[in-house]
Structure formats: C-alpha cells, structure tokens
Design a protein around this ligand. Structure first.
Ligand SMILES: [Zn+2]
Length: 213
C-alpha cells in the first residue's frame, strides 16, 4: 500500500521519525485495532491511534462511562454504545481510521476477554499505579493471560489519560515490530515509568529454571 500525497502531509511528523518512516506509516494504516474500553485510558488510546492512522473499532456491547469524554467522545456520548460511537467519531477525526470490519489487534481496559490477532495491549491498574501489559504475535499468550488475570481496572482521570497515551505508543511500536514481544510497564504518579514484573505460565517458568547439577 503506497501512501497518498494527503497521507504524507497528514502523517509527516511520524514519517520523519526514524523508527516509523514511510514503510512504518503504511504498516500503521493497514493494521487495525479493536478497542474494548469505556473509560479515560481506553478512549484516550483510541484517539491517539486514530490520529496516527490506525483504523479503530469498538468491540463488545459496553457503553461509554463518565470518564470517556475527551478527544473522541463527548459528554452526550456517555451511556451510548462504544462500538457505534467509535464507528462515527474515528473516521470523523481521521478518514483513514474507519474500521468497519473490526479487524486488527486488541487494546482493552481490564477486565477483558482476549482473543484474535495480536498485538494485545492491556490497560490496567493496582489501585495506586497505572499499568500496561503487552504482547506481539511472538509473545506467550499464557504468560500474558496469567499476568492480566491478577491486575485490576485502570485509573480514570488524568492518570488514565496518560496511561492511554502510553498504551497507544506501545500498540504502535508493536505494529512497527519494535520492542520486546512480551512486557509490562507501570506508570507511577506523577509520571515515572517502571518495569513491571510479569507472571510466567507453568511452561515458560519450567523452561527458565536452572538445570539440575
Ligand atoms: Zn508463557
């Protein structure tokens, strides 16, 4: 897929980044995201993905929560289905971001049911910190599941918005083939990033144990 002139203009700031470039921008435009979220973090992530050229679709039957208004949803959308709101607002913000087939990776606020194509990006929290857990197609699906199973919902408000921006960058990096295939980060208020220790599935854990002498 070659970029059109209007797309080169729209994404010029991203294309100029060494890690993105023309090829990377084409990858962002051709790979979609399914969004399962009702709050500040998921809707902020969706807005950043839309702005960057990722086609975005809402999945599931959830309705938008009180913290969802922002770049994409307005206060009138609170209580409306996520899927229909994103189907209307994503292409309004960026015509390239329409995703009527609901294809692509998944970015979701916990708790969520994970399935389908990678990348998967989970937005979560532990009561004090905001967290993101991610895997590419090469990352172990069971380690991802074991980790997110023990984590709670993401925060709303400003910390949730910051988490959403981080989640969108993580999703885009996985789309570009950058970074580890499995990982997690804590966003500690007011704005420090820390490595998150992931839980291991039994198979990966046994593989990592030192061999007996
Ligand atoms: Zn594993």
């Amino acid at each position: 897929m070659a970029l059109r002139e209007d797309q080169i203009l729209r994404y010029s700031r991203q294309i100029l980044l060494r890690e993105v470039g023309g090829r990377g921008q084409e990858a962002l435009l051709s790979g979609g995201a399914r969004v399962d979220a009702t709050g500040a973090s998921g809707l902020t992530a969706a807005a950043y993905l839309v702005g960057g050229g990722t086609p975005v679709a809402g999945v599931g039957s959830l309705t938008l929560g009180p913290w969802s208004p922002g770049f994409l949803a307005s206060s009138d959308d609170v209580g409306q289905p996520v899927a229909s709101t994103l189907a209307r607002e994503a292409p309004a913000l960026n015509p390239d971001a329409a995703n009527p087939e609901g294809r692509g990776g998944m970015i979701a606020e916990l708790p969520s049911a994970w399935s389908g194509e990678a990348p998967w990006v989970a937005l979560c929290g532990d009561g004090a910190r905001a967290g993101v857990v991610f895997r590419s197609a090469e990352g172990c699906v069971w380690c991802f599941g074991e980790t997110v199973r023990h984590l709670g919902s993401p925060p709303d408000g400003a910390l949730g918005g910051a988490l959403g921006a981080l989640g969108a960058v993580v999703f885009q990096r996985l789309r570009l083939g950058l970074g580890p295939s499995l990982g997690g980060r804590w966003l500690v208020p007011p704005g420090t990033l820390e490595e998150m220790e992931l839980r291991r599935c039994s198979r990966c854990a046994s593989r990592q144990e030192p061999s007996a002498p």
